[in-house]
Design a protein around this ligand. Structure first.
Ligand SMILES: [Zn+2]
Ligand SMILES: [Zn+2]
Length: 278
């Protein structure tokens, strides 16, 4: 099974419910050779009653124990990642966090829309689909130009995750200029575009008209020279690990995506499991 490059543990991510042991057992059951754990690190998170950061030193000390546990249980290789939340004023602190530990992979994400987590935002639903997509993708472009210390840009489609309209999805045609800017920022600096299968699950849950990522988004990224794709479940509970991976891999294959990658020692590695879909 393909490597799952994005997931959270309840030990370091306050919104997750799965333990490392559950991750190990679930991934082993799915015959995954490796998974990347990417706990949340959102500095200056605006919702004060929630802490979305953790002690980096503690994470560095705990990770080897999880690796030992996985070896004991004949589980997958555990790659150490982090999902860092971007805000415009955090540049130096993000660089510092990314360099604090020998991470295998650093995911950069934007969970906020006009200062509020998209999960809580009432503003996103008041805008037209085009308006909110244009603003969000434009912000991702800005994020990727400001920060160089990351490997993967997370869930470009997060903006629509909690909007219940059937037509809520992200389309290339909504904001081609912003997408081209975002893709140029990624491609020119060798960063990967993440296909997040929690976004696919959200589309299914809300009965949306479009379930899979817009093919024009994938085709445009490839046409501009984009080669680095990752796939991540963004699992917060173990039933989500590897969710929709086979369907998504077949879909990406049909659109001409030649390789999927995971990161080890901050370097992209082609996932040989993807060849099963050719
Ligand atoms: Zn995220
Ligand atoms: Zn995540």
């Amino acid at each position: 099974m393909l490597t799952d490059t994005h997931m959270h543990t309840k030990i370091f991510s306050s919104d997750a419910v799965q333990t490392p042991e559950q991750i190990i057992k679930t991934a082993a059951g799915l015959k995954m050779a490796r998974v990347t754990v990417t706990d949340h690190y959102d500095m200056d998170y605006p919702h004060k009653d929630e802490i979305m950061e953790f002690d980096l030193e503690e994470y560095g000390k705990t990770f080897p124990l999880w690796r030992d546990l996985s070896a004991k249980l004949n589980g997958p290789e555990l790659l150490m990642g982090i999902e860092i939340g971007w805000q415009p004023h955090l540049g130096d602190r993000i660089r510092k966090a990314a360099a604090a530990l020998p991470f295998d992979s650093v995911i950069l994400s934007n969970h906020l829309f006009r200062g509020t987590d998209i999960y809580y935002s009432t503003e996103t639903g008041l805008l037209s689909r085009k308006e909110r997509n244009r603003e969000y993708i434009g912000t991702l472009a800005k994020m990727c130009r400001q920060i160089d210390d990351f490997d993967i840009a997370a869930h470009y489609d997060y903006i629509n995750r909690y909007i219940e309209d059937k037509d809520s999805a992200v389309f290339y045609s909504d904001c081609p200029e912003q997408f081209d800017d975002f893709f140029d920022a990624l491609i020119s600096r060798n960063k990967a575009l993440e296909i997040n299968t929690s976004s696919i699950e959200a589309q299914i849950r809300k009965g949306a008209d479009y379930i899979m990522p817009d093919p024009d988004i994938i085709r445009r990224y490839i046409a501009m020279g984009g080669k680095l794709f990752t796939i991540g479940s963004d699992a917060h509970d173990c039933s989500s690990i590897g969710r929709h991976f086979e369907r998504t891999a077949r879909y990406l294959r049909s659109l001409g995506v030649p390789e999927l990658f995971y990161y080890k020692n901050r370097m992209p590695v082609s996932d040989t499991e993807y060849s099963a879909f050719f």
